[in-house]
Design a protein around this ligand. Structure first.
Ligand code: ATP
Length: 892
């Protein structure tokens, strides 16, 4: 017999678990040993050895190795071994860079791993889905991805989308009924939920019957082994650029070689120099360093509470021009407290702080008792019944909330009056529930009292409940909802909302015992309105500044909320979001507008209120059509389409559903708006850092090629020997470039307008900087070479050593200039300790190869006399300081 054919009793027998308490920890570890982790087996990964060898597969590197081999055979042992060693070092560097990049990408995957809520030792706990074992009892609700194969034991309006398994994108309704027959297809197993499928509505509880490869998903896991390689637009652009650079470098090298041969240099030397130059000038380290800069940035972002799920988002973040953010929990603290009540045309105040269930009820400054007032009694007690929140106390006076904060606030208000859920459940039995969803903005339960009378309790957005009501409970009885009453209710709502309070209305409706209700719309009508709860949800203190900083950075913040227009406006004002010319649009108005009509006004809208998640997509589209790069936050299933459509989809780490997280490219671990700002700042910084080392690497390469080219044109001897060229390449491609990737942002990084996503790598003067600095590095090196060579034409090795030292130092000085878009003086040049150390160690390495005799032999260097160091320093400074100087003159 298969699981769908068994009743719960038979399943419990078979799988040996306790439906009320779940498994014990000992049992879990026993089963983990038996069944292993709940994981699908992954495909083969590239082995470390393979990765290492792949470092040497570049065409030019192979040519270099062959050339070296030949020179070795011809007797140039030392040269050959040295070149091999450098190529090997280069390979090792590349290997570690790529390994590091890969590792951090893996760590990212780990961080965004799914979780599940399971019953263990009688307590509901959240664990990584990987740790689920057969026999676990798991709970799931709308937005969750099911973590294992499950036989459903409890289902409330449960619907699951199973397209991952069945290809059918319409969600299937689920229940707990036994299904007869062996050969039932997965699509028809309505009492089962499968790993990898997604809850789109309602909630449920089930017992795990299969994990890992023993799930329906595991059986087709092989088909799912599509490894997505995620490259960012910049990486792709650099790849193209790399190809162009290879051609340019090869062409120039060829030119150097040809001119050299024409000038009478011997073929063999020119060949080896040419190949070395080509290897040096091709920025083969670029892609790996870019990946490292991206992934290091991503790690910095994790420290600031945001997880990047898709690497390209790092770049897009820097382009964001609009942030559309949810209000509740993102801009506000989501710590709600009921402070006002309205019923029977009276306003009461409630005292007390946070979730501590102690406080007094006051009417016109006099203490009152809700238990003695039938209206307030209903208002408070019904709000506890139609509610899933729980208050947890582990220590005295330390109350934590388990559940939705809005419901928590209602629960605490009721507890303050002395109502408890336990007592209420003695009086009422809950028969059925229609869960809350942000599109309906309400929730309903059906209860039966001791007398066998049934009625529905609905709680939800007041403006919507008013429309659905036909009477109001006042003066101890149901009264017809006249226009006068409607006005009174609306005024009550508005007066609470103006104080930035979130409002929830409670209503009820008598029901017929015989009728069964399938759809909520059958119940949510002709209600009797009882009253209102008004709750505060203070803004997060850091959000106001974050919004201001975004504004300075040319990024507009838009608040999107399901809350009442007036509440939203009041909070928007508090946060400095609403200016005199700002518009506030509500969901009803949005419904009447086409995307085109919205485009016309959307740039002026600061607040969208009383919207449903479905509206978010329209807002994203309108903004994008106006040329904006949109960041959009969300948490529920219905938010997923908008999150996906946005340029940067952002999901909430705490309140977000799996579905929202999976659609997103960024997850906020703390659900905080200020974190979005921090992520954007980091995104801009990462991009700037990448620009920094592209600029540095390419200018260095241009310098290396030009010094050789100019020397050949001027019929000079070779200013650098091959091994020196390779050494320069190793040192400059290595530490200093990586240190630039770790640089801190410039002060004005959040004072600039967002970058255009169409902007090329060399935009904003970068191309000019590369060529001009590179040109000067080449010329300055050549001048140093010529001066020394003219002085003593018999000692070519000495002149070459001077050229070598000048080239290296010119690059090491220039690297400080690369830290700023403005000039080397615009920030403390020694502000990046990594860079300072990278440069110091490169200088030490330079001195070692010049002054340590065994290495000096290898690198064909001779000791430089102190006087010539002055020349070297002067020449090496020119490329950086000459242009900075000209900049000054220009400005004046
Ligand atoms: P956002 O998170 O987008 O800023 P929100 O959280 O205020 O918005 P929703 O959660 O969609 O938006 O809530 C919309 C309205 O529905 C609220 O203003 C409130 O009146 C009502 N509401 C919220 N939570 C519940 C609930 N648990 N039960 C019944 N009604 C609710």
């Amino acid at each position: 017999m298969r699981y769908h054919e068994m009743n719960p009793e038979e399943i419990r027998e078979k799988i040996q678990t306790d439906f009320n308490k779940g498994l014990t920890e000992e049992e879990v570890s026993r089963r983990r040993k038996q069944f292993g982790f709940n994981e699908l087996q992954e495909g083969e990964k590239q082995s470390a050895l393979l990765l290492f060898f792949s470092q040497f597969k570049d065409f030019m590197v192979i040519v270099l190795l062959v050339a070296t081999l030949i020179s070795g055979l011809l007797g140039e042992y030392i040269d050959a071994i040295a070149i091999m060693a450098i190529v090997l070092l280069n390979g090792i560097l590349g290997f570690f860079q790529e390994r590091r990049a890969e590792k951090s990408l893996e760590a990212l995957k780990e961080l965004s791993a799914p979780t599940a809520t399971v019953l263990r030792n009688g307590k509901w706990v959240k664990i990584p889905s990987k740790e689920i074992v057969p026999g676990d009892i798991i709970r799931f609700a709308s937005g969750d991805r099911i973590g294992a194969d499950v036989r459903i034991l409890e289902a409330n309006s449960l619907e699951i989308e199973e397209s991952a398994l069945t290809g059918e994108s319409v969600p299937t309704s689920k229940d707990t009924e036994v299904i007869h027959g062996e050969n039932v297809g997965i699509g028809d197993m309505s009492n089962m939920a499968f790993m990898g499928t997604m809850v789109t509505r309602g909630s449920g509880v089930g017992v795990v019957i299969g994990t890992g490869m023993k799930t329906a998903m595991g059986q087709i896991a092989d088909m799912l082994q599509t490894t997505e390689t995620l490259t960012t637009p910049l990486q792709r652009r650099l790849e193209q650029l790399g190809k162009i650079l290879i051609i340019v470098a090869l062409f120039l090298t060829l030119l150097v070689v040809m001119i050299g041969i024409m000038q009478g240099h011997d073929l063999y030397t020119m060949f080896l120099s040419g190949v070395s130059l080509a290897v040096a000038a091709i920025p083969e380290g670029l892609p790996a360093i870019v990946t490292i800069a991206l992934s290091l940035g991503v790690q910095r972002m994790i420290k600031k509470n945001s997880i990047v799920r898709k690497l390209p988002a790092v770049e897009t973040l820097g382009c964001a021009s609009v942030i559309c953010s949810d209000k509740t929990g993102t801009m506000t603290q989501n710590k709600m407290t009921v402070t006002h009540l309205w019923a029977n045309n009276e306003v009461w105040n409630v005292s007390g702080q946070g979730y501590v269930p102690e406080g007094k009820f006051m009417k016109n400054n006099n203490i009152v008792d809700p238990k003695k007032d039938v209206h307030f009694e209903k208002l408070l007690s019904f709000a506890i019944l139609c509610n899933h929140a729980n208050l947890i106390t582990e220590k005295k006076n330390d109350y934590k909330l388990d559940g939705d904060p809005t419901e928590g606030a209602l629960l605490v208000a009721g507890l303050k009056a002395g109502f408890t859920r336990e007592n209420l459940l003695n009086e009422y039995t809950i028969i059925q529930e229609f869960p809350f969803d942000s599109a309906r903005k309400m929730m309903t339960i059906i209860v039966e009292n001791k007398k066998g009378e049934r009625f529905a309790i609905t709680k939800g957005a007041p403006d919507i409940l008013i429309q659905l009501s036909e009477s109001v409970f006042a003066n101890g009885k149901e009264q017809h909802l006249t226009q006068q009453w409607i006005n009174r209710l609306q005024q009550a709502v508005e007066s609470l909302a103006k104080q930035a309070l979130r409002t929830i209305a409670i209503s009820y409706k008598k029901l017929n015992t015989k009728t069964t209700y399938v759809h909520e719309s059958e119940v949510e009508n002709n209600l009797t309105f009882i009253g209102l709860h008004g709750m505060i949800d203070p803004p997060r203190p850091e959000v106001k500044d974050a919004i201001k900083e975004c504004k300075e950075a040319g990024i507009k913040t838009v608040m999107i909320t399901g809350d009442h227009v007036i509440t939203a406006k009041a909070i928007g004002k508090e946060l400095g979001l609403i200016r005199s010319d700002s518009l506030v649009l509500d969901g009803a108005t949005l419904d009447t507008m086409s995307v085109e009509e919205l485009e016309e006004v959307v740039d002026r809208v600061s607040v969208f209120a009383r919207v449903s998640p479905e509206h978010k997509l329209k807002i994203v589209k309108a903004l994008q059509n106006n040329g904006h790069i949109v960041a959009m936050t969300g948490d529920g299933v219905n938010d997923a389409p908008a999150i996906k459509a946005a340029d940067i989809g952002i999901a909430m780490g705490i309140t977000g559903t799996d579905v929202a997280k999976e659609s997103s490219s960024l997850v906020l671990l703390d659900d905080n708006f200020a974190t979005i700002k921090a992520a954007i700042q980091e995104g801009r910084n990462i991009y700037e850092n990448i620009r920094k080392f592209i600029r540095y690497l390419l200018a260095s390469n241009v310098g290396e090629i030009l010094v050789m080219l100019f020397a050949m044109i001027l019929a000079m001897p070779l200013p650098l020997v091959p091994i020196q060229i390779l050494w320069v390449n190793l040192v400059t491609d290595g530490l200093p470039a990586m240190a630039l990737g770790l640089d801190r942002p410039e002060d004005d990084v959040m004072k600039r307008a967002p970058r255009s996503p169409k902007e090329g790598v060399f935009a904003r003067g970068l191309g000019w900087k590369v060529i001009s600095r590179g040109f000067l590095i080449g010329v300055a090196t050549l001048i140093a070479f010529i001066v020394v060579y003219r002085n003593n034409p018999n000692d070519l090795a000495y002149a070459q050593t001077v050229a070598f030292a000048t080239l290296v130092l010119a690059q090491l000085i220039h690297v400080f200039d690369c830290r700023s878009e403005h000039s080397i003086f615009s920030r403390n040049p020694f502000g990046n300790p990594y860079l300072v150390w990278a440069v110091i160690s490169s200088v030490i390495l330079l001195l070692v190869v010049i002054y340590y005799p065994p290495l000096a032999t290898v690198f064909h260097t001779v000791p430089i006399v102190p006087r010539d160091w002055l020349l070297i320093l002067a020449m090496a400074s020119i490329p950086t300081f000459l242009l900075v100087g000209s900049l000054f003159i220009h400005k004046k």
